[in-house]
Ligand binder design. Structure first.
Ligand SMILES: NC(=O)c1ccc[n+]([C@@H]2O[C@H](COP(=O)([O-])OP(=O)(O)OC[C@H]3O[C@@H](n4cnc5c(N)ncnc54)[C@H](OP(=O)(O)O)[C@@H]3O)[C@@H](O)[C@H]2O)c1
Length: 249
């Protein structure tokens, strides 16, 4: 039985990933601050939802110590962890940033995926197939003014995946994946910035106006197809847009 822990399933890319996995009959334990009522109603047997602030390391620790993740994976044959939840804020030049927001962004974007990965690896050590996917960003490789926290946090995920790949842990595959530019609330936030906060703002306005943003469902279909494919994890860091022949089914 394939089972997946997924963070950030209430909106955007995460909601589309959850929908795709559930349609494939994969059991999903999904974590966010809110619930996804639509998916909960449609898949009461397959979807388990946990309301948790993943920017709060103490809350995450309590949840992990409850053994919930361990129990969830106990009857699985393939275990998946998809670290999708993330925030772009705070946006702006260093020195203008809200300190609390910096701490929360680093906790959510970096500490939580790394903690969940370590806990998942420990909880699944008897399984012959376990896979971790970090949802990274092109911003991990390309620096943008105004996105110092976001870029640094996504670069940390890429480097974490490279290290795990070198560890060659039994039956574990890891990939940190940039999903492309997707039409979600995060893109709305980018367009709502001022040029002072984020000088390249216009580029993202143009992408929206020129209909260059991917639909969440399309990005999720490629992402899940890759995650479930034999090719998953052959490279520790990759970009969904440049993966050659992902079978979309
Ligand atoms: N959209 C893009 O163009 C793009 C490009 C590159 C990479 N990405 C990456 O793709 C991932 C998903 O992005 P998106 O565009 O779908 O973002 P989004 O529309 O803003 O959705 C973010 C998701 O994360 C959850 N989340 C946010 N803060 C949380 C917290 N403190 N605790 C628990 N869950 C939290 C949200 O759920 P709740 O609000 O219910 O908690 C929501 O489900 C992110 O890692 C992002 O960096 C996106």
């Amino acid at each position: 039985m394939i089972k997946a822990v997924l963070t950030g399933h209430t909106r955007g890319l995460g909601a589309a990933i959850a929908r795709n996995l559930l349609a494939r009959n994969v059991s999903v334990l999904a974590i966010a601050r809110h619930r996804n009522a639509e998916l909960g109603a449609r898949h009461p047997e397959l979807l388990q939802q946990v309301e948790l602030d993943l920017a709060d390391p103490a809350a995450l620790q309590d949840w992990l110590e409850s053994g919930a993740q361990h129990r969830f994976f106990s009857d699985s044959t393939t275990a998946l962890l998809i670290n999708n939840a993330g925030v772009l804020q705070p946006i702006g030049p260093a020195g203008t940033l809200d300190i609390t927001a910096v701490g929360r962004a680093v906790a959510l974007n970096v500490a939580t995926p790394l903690i969940l990965a370590s806990a998942m690896i420990a909880a699944t050590n008897k399984l012959s197939d376990r896979r971790i996917l970090h949802v990274s960003s092109g911003a991990a490789q390309n620096a943008y003014p105004g996105w110092s926290i976001y870029c640094a946090s996504k670069a940390a995920l890429d480097h974490h995946a490279r290290c795990l790949a070198l560890e060659e842990t039994d039956s574990l595959r890891v990939c940190s994946l940039a999903p492309g530019v997707i039409d979600t609330d995060m893109q709305t936030e980018i367009r709502a910035c001022t040029e002072k906060q984020f000088p390249p703002r216009e580029k993202f306005v143009a992408l929206k106006n020129e209909r260059q943003l991917a639909l969440p469902a399309d990005a999720a279909a490629r992402l899940v197809a890759y995650l479930l494919s034999q090719k998953f994890g052959q490279t520790a860091v990759t970009d969904l847009r440049t993966l050659p022949d992902v079978n979309l089914r």
